[in-house]
Design a protein around this ligand. Structure first.
Ligand code: GLU
Length: 309
């Protein structure tokens, strides 16, 4: 069976070099197996997602040689579909309304029984009586809808990190502003697009047990997971704008061409290929086993602050 991978950016700004590196690894993992990589636009955030960001992200991926077929999907066009899935779970009594504010959730977070997601939900609204529920309804705050779980534990058999145990919580499936949650959308889309391999940043590994739980509940197969170490600045912190030249546009502005950028990315994934012109050139010696298991620090000369005057 050929691999079907996907790259799923949120169009809330330019892709930074860490996102591009993840895309590159996803592209190589899919293509070394004669598979394909799909592009999915995760624009659930209706406030910060912008078509111009989407267009720039696609252009940046293309300039490194990553082209996608035109049948990309946008999560913003599928809200009704995700909501229908929640309706169905509601009919089965598997979701419940949650009236908690963000603050209440953080305050009630219990010491977890195992490795779990930061801010895991303590279950405050899980067993509300009918009258408690009516009282909260009166408060006028619309509820979010959470999945009823039993703090199940799952082992994610990750191809880079190795087997990783994660404990789940009663995750939100539909937010209180009516927007479907990432955890639901990602699981539904991966399954409906026939995705067999998920390559993404390892900051998302701890939440993957939630995805496995939902896949089992909804009758979907689980894809193979490949969580790649993040990209960091010299200070060891997750890459951010303050680290200097972190987007392709920043690097190009400093006179670096695609080959120079790709060369650094190639080195960072353990490739020996000299002066690659396109991601395709990296297929020659790509092996996931060569990917360093620790975060990649961007080159120091990308980080010097550069003033245009
Ligand atoms: N949309 C997410 C992001 O841009 C990626 C989620 C995923 O790959 O599952 O961080």
């Amino acid at each position: 069976m050929n691999v079907i991978g996907r790259f799923a950016p949120s169009p809330t700004g330019l892709l930074h070099i860490g996102n591009l590196r993840t895309a590159l690894i996803a592209w190589l993992c899919a293509h070394q197996e004669d598979g394909k990589l799909l592009l999915r636009i995760e624009d659930l955030d209706r406030f910060n997602s912008k078509p111009e960001h989407e267009a720039r992200q696609i252009a940046d991926l293309a300039s490194l040689g990553m082209m996608f077929s035109s049948n990309l999907i946008r999560q913003s066009e599928r809200f009704d579909h995700y909501r229908a899935i929640v309706d169905n779970l509601r009919d089965q009594g598997l979701v419940y309304p949650c009236y908690c504010t963000r603050r209440e959730i953080l305050e009630a977070t219990q010491a977890p029984h195992g490795p779990t997601i930061e801010g895991a939900y303590a279950g405050t609204c899980r067993e509300l009586s009918t009258s408690d529920r009516a009282e909260r309804e009166q408060g006028g705050r619309p509820p979010a809808w959470r999945l009823r779980t039993n703090s199940e534990t799952y082992v994610v058999d990750d191809q880079v990190v190795g087997p990783t145990t994660t404990t789940i919580d009663d995750m939100v499936l539909l937010r209180n502003d009516g927007v479907p949650a990432y955890n639901l959308a990602v699981v539904v889309d991966d399954a409906e697009q026939g995705v067999t391999q998920v390559v993404r940043g390892d900051d998302l590994l701890i939440g993957t047990g939630r995805h496995i739980h939902l896949q089992q509940l909804l009758g979907y197969p689980s894809p193979q997971y490949v969580h790649v170490p993040l990209v960091v600045g010299q200070d060891g912190e997750r890459l951010a704008k303050r680290h200097g030249a972190v987007t392709l546009a920043d690097l190009q502005q400093r006179g670096l061409g695609v080959t120079e950028v790709l060369s650094e990315l190639a080195r960072s994934i353990g490739s020996q290929v000299e002066r690659p012109q396109s991601v395709r050139d990296l297929l020659k010696d790509f092996k996931l086993e060569r990917l360093p298991r620790s975060p990649w620090t961007i080159p120091s000369d990308w980080q010097t602050v550069h003033h245009d005057n």
